[in-house]
Design a binder for this molecule. Sequence first.
Ligand code: ZN
Length: 106
Amino acid sequence: MTRVFSHPDPAITHLVLNRLEQLGVDAVIQGEANGRGMGEVPPIAAWSEVWVADGASLADVEAAVAEVTAEPEAPPASWTCPTCDEVVGGQFNVCWACGTFAPDAA
Ligand SMILES: [Zn+2]
């Protein structure tokens, strides 16, 4: 087994575990604070850990961890057309009413 992820919040490690299981990766949680019987782990090191079976796909592991730990994407801010004052959704960079480009469109 290989430890691939650890986090002080068991909810996060469980999210990683669930995602790994969806990807077909054989994974387990270890080191939970209430998980007595795990043996030699002192309380100060009681971060919840995700371990995967040897031979698990590291790409899958990285994808699962990245997915769970990614910041949620903020929706793009809407903008007001300088030509016709139409409020345009942030996912558009051209005014749908008059075709003017957003002032600071990248
Ligand atoms: Zn416009």
